[in-house]
Design a protein around this ligand. Sequence first.
Ligand code: ADP
Ligand code: GN1
Ligand code: MG
Length: 364
Amino acid sequence: MRHDVKKVKDNFDILGDFISAAPYGSGHINDTYRVVVDQGGTEVHYIFQRINHNIFKNPPALMDNIRRVTDHINSKIHDEDEASRHSLYVIRTTEGKPYYHDLDGNFWRAYIFIEKAMTYDIIESEQQAFQAAQAFGTFQKELVDIPGKRLHETIPDFHHTPRRIAMLEAAIAADVMDRVKSAQPEIDFVLKRKAEAEILIKLQEQGQLPERITHNDTKLNNVMIDDETGEGICVIDLDTVMPGLIHYDFGDMVRTSTSPAAEDEKDLSKVYMQFNMFEALLRGYLSTAGDFLTPVEKEYLPFAGKLVTLTIGLRFLTDYLQGDIYFKTRHDEHNLDRCRTQFKLIESIEQQMDKMKTLLDSID
Ligand code: ADP
Ligand code: GN1
Ligand code: MG
């Protein structure tokens, strides 16, 4: 293990003796550990995370967002048992802070471990899709009335697709790894769709789409599904909760919860949008978020999946060209493999666009 997690534990307000810590989960950004502590003969679990401060430049501001968001959600739940599983709970340090800054410059946080629930990397059933979307919709709804000042932008322009394309173009021009020649079809794929990349940003600029508090990373494996009931009980991975468009959340659900294949599947014939999963997502999302969405927000839900899949796909491509400096990778072409699945999925989404719109109209 790369870090002395026992020492980190001693700085949090957690009673009992440290037993063990092991890397956990399949996130691409932070270092996550499942920590076991002996509390009077009982083994209690925690999640510890080292925040990736190369990516999140201001961890104290980020933790301020998370503290405000989790406090606000918790304040709406009156049953204590339910509260501990419905929202992440940020454990304070012995000094009362929501993070620990170690001597090597790392920032750590600790959460109560949500038991008897799991995250899934690949969708298994329509029920899961419905539940995940319902949970993310509830999350947005709970944050509509968060008090206080605007949340910090933990990564500026995170979902600004035109600026992401500009970053890709800069990476193509620099070509530091001499990889452009091995990714020409993928580069062309993005450049062909440049005009569409501006649609939502323009509507926002014209005042037709409202800024809201959104999660911005609504991957299927960022929602915990209850082992017994199958319910989507808790939205996790709150680093990117900040002002955004609701389409970024719905779109990332489509990206991660409709294809039967892994994000890095090499056999592209396995990658496509299953329409029944899209329908389950749409119904689940509207069952909660439907209460506050405007007609224009609803109208662009079918387009959202395409836009977000394009954005994430081109971010994988940019990282490939830049030498894999952002996402965790396991081999040289890992980001390119991920990019290819995204673009294959976009083709499938494009083929089903009319059907998605017809479904949406029939629900309205
Ligand atoms: P990353 O930003 O790297 O994706 P996440 O916050 O999503 O990190 O955490 C990685 C994984 O750890 C999640 O997919 C989930 O399986 C697990 N996890 C995170 N927080 C908790 C928690 N409070 N209780 C149980 N499991 C958790
Ligand atoms: C990252 O942290 P994780 O693995 O849930 C990334 C998302 C991407 C996703 C692609 C802060 O999410 O934006 O969509 O990988 N998070 C950040 O799988 O960049
Ligand atoms: Mg995650």
